[in-house]
Design a protein around this ligand. Structure first.
Ligand code: ATP
Length: 214
């Protein structure tokens, strides 16, 4: 069982700004656990998920230097929902177990679990609150294209595979609007940090910031 006073699950669509928000909360003192980081460690050479993935999807997914061919795996699972379910069955239980281990070891006032597929994987149960980072699709596409070099079609394909924006927001306790500049994001992050700290100290859940989880 974690010693932190409050556990916040942070989610949002691809490129919505989850890492940006999590980094700011970490800089302010939150204990942040990013499941994407755990996933990368698990699929790195010697990571616990690499061999099961190669066994399931074939040796062609191993690059000459021993690393996983992530682009090829991504193409494979997007083209085939069965393959995607197989990959998730390998990754998700392992990620979840490590996340809970790390959470139990945290010594911070409150914790932030960054879980991109929070609702899709039914992991809200690990958190006291859900924080969603929200942006309109057009901004999401522009930021991801700029960051990754993916085409608009590829980004749209990923967005279509995730829970729709409205449904995501409807299940949030708190929503950060990241459609503006980083300067506009900052006061929202600071305000939430203060509320989470107070809530963790008092043992009471803070009121919602305008959106209610159903
Ligand atoms: P992913 O789902 O791919 O992991 P993410 O939700 O963690 O993405 P970030 O990596 O934080 O999103 O942000 C996506 C990109 O948008 C990054 O290049 C980031 O620097 C940029 N970005 C985030 N917020 C803003 C902002 N308010 N203004 C301008 N650029 C931003």
């Amino acid at each position: 069982m974690s010693g932190v006073g409050l556990v916040v699950a942070l989610t949002g669509g691809i490129g919505s700004g989850k890492t940006t928000v999590a980094d700011r909360l970490a800089a302010l003192g939150a204990g942040v656990i990013d499941t994407d980081v755990i996933a990368r460690t698990l699929t790195a050479p010697n990571g616990a998920a690499l061999e099961p993935i190669i066994e399931t999807f074939g040796a062609a997914l191993r690059c000459a230097d021993g690393t996983l061919d992530r682009a090829r795996l991504r193409d494979r699972v997007f083209a085939d929902s069965g393959a995607r379910a197989q990959l998730e069955a390998i990754l998700h239980p392992r990620i979840e177990a490590i996340m809970l281990e790390q959470l139990a070891a945290l010594q911070t006032v409150y914790a932030v679990l960054v879980i991109p597929l929070l609702f899709e994987t039914g992991q809200e149960r690990h958190a006291d609150r859900v924080l969603v980072v929200d942006v309109p699709e057009s901004i999401q596409i522009a930021r991801v294209m700029q960051r990754s070099g993916l085409t608009e079609i590829e980004v749209r394909r990923i967005i279509a595979s995730q829970i729709p924006r409205q449904a995501c927001n409807a299940r949030a306790d708190d929503v950060i609007d990241n459609s503006g500049s980083l300067a506009q994001l900052e006061p929202q992050v600071r305000a939430l940090h203060v509320r989470y700290q107070l809530s963790a100290a008092s043992g009471q859940r803070p009121a919602c910031n305008g959106f209610n989880r159903s």
